[in-house]
Design a binder for this molecule. Structure first.
Ligand SMILES: C[S@@+](CC[C@H](N)C(=O)[O-])C[C@H]1O[C@@H](n2cnc3c(N)ncnc32)[C@H](O)[C@@H]1O
Length: 265
């Protein structure tokens, strides 16, 4: 995870200068073990092939809610765990200033390449959101879609992340979180036309899971990775965000993922 950088802590330079990365070529090189290094080039194609429109549908309710917000002339969105840009790209195309925070270099590189190809300007932040990383009270919408919170396995780290989001948020901001439903993680094989994926789950108790994901493309293994996750109930997620200065402002379910909406407390 992460990459060598000036501050020697594996991430791009510290705030308040921020990391304004527009091209993947500007990113520091990856360290061995960069999260999703092998999966990133296949991420979009895998989900599209195996889940089709269902994969895009997960982001749709978030986009609808963000687009419905009453915002000023230059709205700003913070996409935490932005992945390959499922939310960041459409929001940038809508004219939002988008800050994409991603701790996987490979995923962020993919996002920035897509943004460059699409002629969109996205500010990439390689690493984790920290207090002071983004100008205080500057962000209208914060999105954490498709199970990003599961990757934050330590509860106190999730509270710290919520606090950093709270600091970045305008008083009118909304925060949109999609935790992965508990029952979702099971040993499962899923296949599309060219891709197939095998997920093995080793339970370590207290909701922590060691997930092994193997992805094949045309029968050849292209990904074999392990990810440590913590699967929380909606109540547990809510508790962490309340501790981070947020209060619930709504809940929806797209049929696959719950969408928890928060506002500054
Ligand atoms: C399942 S992907 C979801 C990506 C994207 N949000 C989407 O909807 O497609 C989770 C991503 O969150 C990133 N991630 C996890 N924890 C993070 C953190 N604390 N800060 C930044 N990125 C994080 C991972 O590297 C991974 O790319």
């Amino acid at each position: 995870m992460g990459a060598p950088a000036a501050n020697g802590r594996g991430f791009a330079p510290e705030p308040p200068s921020g990391v304004k990365v527009w091209r993947s070529a500007d990113l520091p090189p990856a360290l061995a073990g960069d999260l999703h290094a092998a999966f990133a080039p296949h991420y979009d194609a895998f989900y599209e092939d195996v889940y089709g429109p269902l994969a895009a549908a997960v982001a749709e309710p978030v986009l609808v809610r963000v687009r419905a917000m009453k915002v000023g002339a230059s709205p700003c969105a913070l996409d935490v765990g932005a992945g390959t840009g499922r939310l960041a790209l459409p929001l940038a195309a809508d004219g939002w200033r988008v800050i994409a925070v991603e701790k996987s270099r490979a995923m962020l590189a993919r996002l920035l390449d897509k943004a460059t190809t699409a002629g969109l300007r996205i500010e990439g932040w390689l690493g984790e959101l920290r207090p002071g990383a983004v100008e205080p009270a500057s962000v209208d919408a914060i999105v954490m879609t498709f199970g990003v919170v599961d990757y934050v396995v330590v509860d106190d780290d999730l509270v710290r992340l919520a606090l950093a989001c709270r600091e970045a948020a305008k008083p009118t901001a909304r925060l949109f979180v999609q935790p992965t439903p508990r029952g979702y993680f099971a040993d499962v094989t899923s296949s599309g036309r060219r891709y197939s994926g095998v997920v093995e789950v080793g339970d370590r108790g207290s909701g922590r899971v060691d997930l092994r994901q193997v992805v094949t493309l045309d029968g050849v293994v292209v990904v074999d990775e392990r990810i440590a996750l913590k699967v929380r109930s909606e109540a547990q997620v809510e508790r962490a965000f309340r501790a981070g200065g947020w209060q619930p402002a709504g809940r929806e379910h797209d049929g696959i993922y719950p969408l928890l909406v928060f506002e500054p407390a």
